[in-house]
Write a protein that binds this ligand. Structure first.
Ligand code: PLP
Length: 424
């Protein structure tokens, strides 16, 4: 099987047939990539934190504000109807992208952080009792640790942590050993935002289900690199965040199976989520509206749908194959730098490189990189327990997106060499 085929198999229904992917043409879609910083071309290697936006997304947002912006649902005028149609169409587009059975499976939130907190505060509060177990992994983002700790303080649940190996690999046998008859939920990242490790999520879900546990996947880093097919995965709950998929910030998604969403009480109370309100008693809407109290992120959701259409047009298989090629090239070039160490070295990882350089503090390295126009991220990457597990204080992280090219890799390598020269 060719690499391209194997990468294509990873992706969901957002994939179009594999065709030529011209990265230079793609770059031209992103206005910000033509700017300079400190008089040098911008080399943007921080898409794992938040990705840049293509012109179609920027134009779509501008058009919404300029020509039909209004509040959604029940407005008695033309603009409100237009805005409602666009907002609800966004839900349909997102449902199709994830291969959800219906748009009613799609709750629009403000971020994946909110999606996870929503599950903890509703499903968790209702169904978890003292002694029940939630299993996470050692490589979770804080967004998928802290909500469960808060629930532990409130309800006395037990948080179990599936281990990873020194190279960042995740093994299903070690995971399965953490499950017991008290395991009610597995809440796990699909791709580590630090190590790039891909969790074999489909097999994991099967194992968890065989033990009677539900699975919530933090897809923040997964969906951008490999798409998702929620029905194929048979996942119960899947959260992600718009700004990492080339959409605006301020919008996230929670997919849930219909019976699970139906069983969940409301999250926040307010307008839009109610069926009838009296001072004596209030009844609630069905999902997904039950979980969308107040004015939602209207234009953000519309902009996210434009981003989804953009990546669908490029083809998730093409994006995955392109990023795989860039990662392989980066590995080749970086290997020649003396004292360079990657943290998280599993083969077939996503295009995220965390690294250290012998004798140099990562913050100093990142500062020199910045002066060369190379934008990376430094520190613990909201994964402090993972840093403790790896015995390090932090890393420099270069994360690649669909617009990165070999020139970006060459600039990164040259900037690391410069950092060594200046700081050693
Ligand atoms: N989960 C993972 C794996 C992430 O990488 C991130 C962001 O870096 C988050 C959760 C939180 O995303 P947001 O801040 O958009 O909610």
């Amino acid at each position: 099987m060719s690499k391209l085929q194997s990468m294509t198999e990873l992706v969901g229904p957002g994939d179009k047939s594999v065709s030529a992917f011209d990265v230079e043409q793609v770059r031209a879609d992103f206005p910000i990539l033509s700017r300079e910083v400190y008089g040098k071309p911008l080399i943007f290697l921080d898409s794992g934190a938040s990705a840049q936006k293509p012109r179609v997304v920027i134009d779509c947002i501008r058009e919404a504000y300029e020509s039909y912006y209004s509040n959604v649902h029940r407005g008695a005028h033309h603009l409100s109807q237009r805005a409602t149609d666009a907002y609800e169409e966004a839900r349909v587009i997102i449902a199709r992208f994830m291969n959800a059975p219906s748009e009613n499976n799609i709750v629009i939130t403000s971020s994946v952080t909110e999606s996870i907190n929503l599950v903890a505060a509703t499903w968790g509060r209702k169904f978890l009792e003292e002694g029940d177990e939630v299993v996470v992994s050692e490589m979770e983002h804080h967004a998928n640790i802290v909500p469960w700790q808060m629930l532990r303080e409130e309800k006395g649940i037990v948080l179990k942590v599936a281990p990873i190996c020194d190279d960042g690999s995740f093994h299903l046998e070690d995971f399965e050993a953490c499950l017991s008859s008290r395991t009610k939920l597995v809440a796990i990242t699909e791709v580590s935002n630090v190590l790039g490790t891909r969790v074999p999520i489909k097999k994991l879900i099967k194992i968890a289900h065989d033990h009677g546990a539900k699975v919530l996947v933090d897809g923040a880093q997964g969906i951008v690199h490999q798409g998702v097919d929620v029905q194929d995965l048979d996942v119960d709950l899947y959260g992600w965040t718009g700004h990492k998929l080339y959409g605006p910030s301020g919008v996230g998604i929670l997919y849930g199976k219909a019976d699970i969403l139906d069983s969940m009480p409301p999250y926040q109370g307010g307008g839009d989520m109610i069926a009838k309100v009296t001072f004596e008693k209030t009844t609630y809407q069905d999902p997904p509206y039950r979980f969308e109290a107040g004015t939602p992120p209207i234009v953000q959701a519309i902009g996210l749908a434009a981003a989804v259409k953009y990546v669908e047009e490029l083809g998730m298989g093409n994006i995955a194959a392109h990023e795989h090629g860039i990662l392989a090239y980066a590995h080749q070039q970086l290997a020649d730098i003396e004292g360079y160490h990657e943290v998280g070295t599993v083969p077939d990882k996503a295009a995220i490189i965390s690294f250290l350089v012998d004798g140099l503090h990562p913050f100093d390295v990142a500062a020199v990189l910045d002066r060369q126009g190379v934008a990376t991220r430094v520190g613990q990457h909201c994964a402090e327990p993972l840093m403790d597990r790896m015995g390090i204080e932090g890393t420099v992280r270069a994360s690649f997106g669909l617009y990165n090219n070999r020139t970006d890799v060459d600039a990164l390598v040259a900037a690391i060499r410069k950092a060594k020269e200046m700081l050693s």
